[in-house]
Design a protein. Structure first.
Lengths: 448, 448
């Protein structure tokens, strides 16, 4: 966790290392993130060779930083004894994350080779929902008895500092491991040597989360209060582990990718590094849904085929209505999905925000309606057509704004991912209602 | 930065505090983030009253956490003397951020009341681009001479621990303040007391950034290496400050909101808390651009008005082509924008990824094309129409995939925000080319 161990190296992260200066550079103290990039650029055989020459510790750290697909291939290829040693060396939370990705038979073979205690730690962690605090927590913490003195604590930290990942906090517990308080290294350094930890906790407003708390809520909490870590407890308030701020960065980045991608029916977890066949497979069902949804709006148009045959200009203007309402709706959708990502769900507040979007959609609809009215009059000299167009456009823009703001909330209330395919549902609504309003008004007022 | 100072309180963050336990709760040790929420829910007069009753320190911390619009109103309303005291009490980076939001006359009045040294610190920080490392850095750091011993350092930290925001790192400098290395509290606690700091830096690969580095690249770097902070230097490698991990969380969240919202022409910085007239104003120009863009695709349709008059079913199927290609393109767009957000720009890698998207678009286009061919044959019994539709759909889906993947890259290469209005540009392309292909092929092969 210090600025050690990095080097200027071939890497796929895209970071232009030439802008950073590193006085020395040797392969052995490459940062694990760089070593992982280096490995990913090799063939599988070369990867195995490199791992064999590394210390087990370095191998474990590099593999923990590799992309899922790459490390699954690599670990499956390694001799089970070596793979088991590597798992035993990883921090238990990393080990559990990686282990979960392996196929059932590979897991069995490796688990049999890991010593019983380490194996139990990994399988215990696998019990937690990966999207919960328990699923992302780090179990290597310093949990110290409330009767220790500040000086004893500092000495103990000195001895054990290598073991725990970021020992900037120590967790103070009673003899049943019930969490009593949290002390930072700063707090300890400022305290008189003989003070007992329990004394230092007075007036502390302890904040912790339960293991089953949603990991995104944990991330929001850490971000809100600028914590470096947050303790995780069981239902009896016994300390289980901590979620650290570096995990929070990953959680937030993953959530942003999930939202943006699943909104349009791309895979929540795909990246440009995913196998292209994976992306193909995850996107196809949503594209099929999109065709079926488009068929609904096509059906609306079909209903007015006779009207269009009499007045083909309607087919010219019709996409403008749908497109404009779709864009308006996507603006509301984007703001609402980000609201759900950045702050914890507040039912009253977000439903109030739908009213705000409706108001924006209405005024923008009026302005764009007038704008389009003038345009259509100038182009077609047909005042009635321009009126119908402007009304349909304005109405559909309000529909778009309300639908765009509501869809993620409805999905959320149904217990679904608020972003999933939301853009597809939105377009279906704005297209079919836009076509219906425009062609319906045209049939009523423009065709003799 | 410890788990102190929080309370169960009225708040607008949407965090459901009932799920967290806080043993005691008094207004005086409310966390600044909660105090800010509390203030925002009051009228301006009440806000002024509350600020007057708080200590200057508490007032400064709360105001630093408030929303922009709210704190500008509040600070403008406060007596200039009190406002000046509050600014002097804030950490200089927070003070500069808040100060920048004020109107020119209010700035002048307040600046005249702040003592010269504090005022200089604030105005110095205002020189940095707010989107650069210098613009987000924290200047309250511990920069210590390389000739100090570990024991001296620890004693000094004990004395000065209140002053600096997160003193988990000390920066080691020579007598000209050139950055020589970084030591964590852990490193110091593990070192023999008499060792000179310079000795502890051996074999350290120091990583730092220049003040003019893009803040999003700094965030990616801290995320990649799991640092708690990264030192910021000037062009002579003299230490200026540090960017801390809690700022990184804000940078990442802001970037994700900017991307998702500006993609569809909503304001990069708007939230459901922004005044609705602000949202109206920022979205309107993009909606107008969208109308103009739709006019391009409408013009394409207009060109084929005669064809549609002869065969109105074309108007029914036409939106399916455009919609499907648009959705395909948005999937590529989403993946590419997230790639640019998560990793530093790597020209070769991202342009290669366009090929990957083209491949996915092509295969999905073939599959959906076949699917639609069968559907149209079953519905219309018109094999030629089904063939034209399938070809146009498949071709437009490839166009959508390539365009969706390329648009953010082209914008980036032009030095623009890669997300800005990208979805609007994409739809213009997929709509007009989809209509052109479909109606053009129809005119060629379906009309006698």
């Amino acid at each position: 966790m210090t600025e050690n161990n990095t080097k200027k190296s071939a890497n796929s992260s895209g970071y232009d290392y030439s802008e950073i200066k590193w006085p020395s550079a040797s392969r052995d103290n490459m940062h694990p993130a760089d070593a992982a990039d280096h490995l990913e650029n090799l063939t599988l055989e070369e990867q195995v060779d490199v791992i064999r020459t590394k210390s087990v510790e370095d191998a474990a750290e590099s593999i923990a930083e590799m992309e899922t697909a790459d490390r699954v291939r690599l670990l499956t290829q390694l001799p089970p004894d070596l793979a088991a040693d590597i798992f035993a060396e990883m921090s238990p939370d990393d080990a559990a994350d990686v282990f979960e990705e392996l196929s059932e038979p590979v897991r069995g073979v490796i688990l049999a080779k890991i010593d019983r205690e380490d194996a139990a730690e990994i399988t215990d962690l696998l019990q937690f929902d990966p999207d919960s605090a328990g699923g992302v927590m780090n179990t290597e913490i310093l949990a110290l008895d409330e009767n220790m003195s500040a000086a004893q604590t500092i000495n103990l930290i000195r001895d054990r500092v290598e073991e725990s990942e970021i020992p900037y906090y120590v967790y103070v517990v009673d003899r049943y491991r019930h969490l009593k308080g949290v002390l930072s290294l700063r707090d300890l350094m400022r305290s008189p040597a003989r003070t007992v930890l329990r004394e230092l906790l007075k007036e502390q407003n302890l904040i912790y989360v339960s293991f089953d708390e949603d990991k995104e809520d944990v991330a929001r909490l850490i971000g809100r209060y600028n914590f470096l870590a947050l303790p995780v407890v069981d239902h009896e308030q016994r300390i289980l582990g901590m979620v650290t701020v570096d995990d929070v960065i990953d959680i937030i980045q993953d959530e942003a990718s999930e939202d943006m991608q699943s909104m349009v029916g791309a895979g929540a977890d795909e990246t440009v590094d995913s196998p292209w066949t994976y992306s193909l497979k995850v996107r196809l069902p949503w594209l099929i849904l999109n065709v079926l949804n488009s068929a609904i709006s096509a059906y609306v148009v079909h209903f007015f085929e006779g009207t269009i045959a009499q007045m083909a200009v309607l087919a010219v203007l019709m996409p403008i209505v749908a497109n404009q309402a779709g864009n308006t709706g996507q603006q509301s959708l984007a703001v609402m999905i980000r609201q759900l990502a950045v702050e914890r769900f507040d039912r009253r507040k977000v439903w109030m925000a739908v009213g705000r979007e409706a108001k924006i959609g209405l005024v923008n609809g009026l302005i764009i309606g007038i704008f389009v009215y003038i345009g259509v009059v100038l182009w077609t000299k047909n005042i009635a057509l321009a009126g119908v167009m402007a009304c349909a456009l304005g109405a559909d823009m309000v529909i778009g704004a309300v639908a765009g703001a509501s869809i993620p909330l409805v999905l959320k209330e149904l217990g679904r991912d608020p972003a999933q395919a939301s853009s597809i549902f939105l377009t279906t609504l704005t297209d079919s209602l836009g076509f219906f309003t425009f062609l319906g008004l045209s049939a009523l007022y423009l065709i003799n």
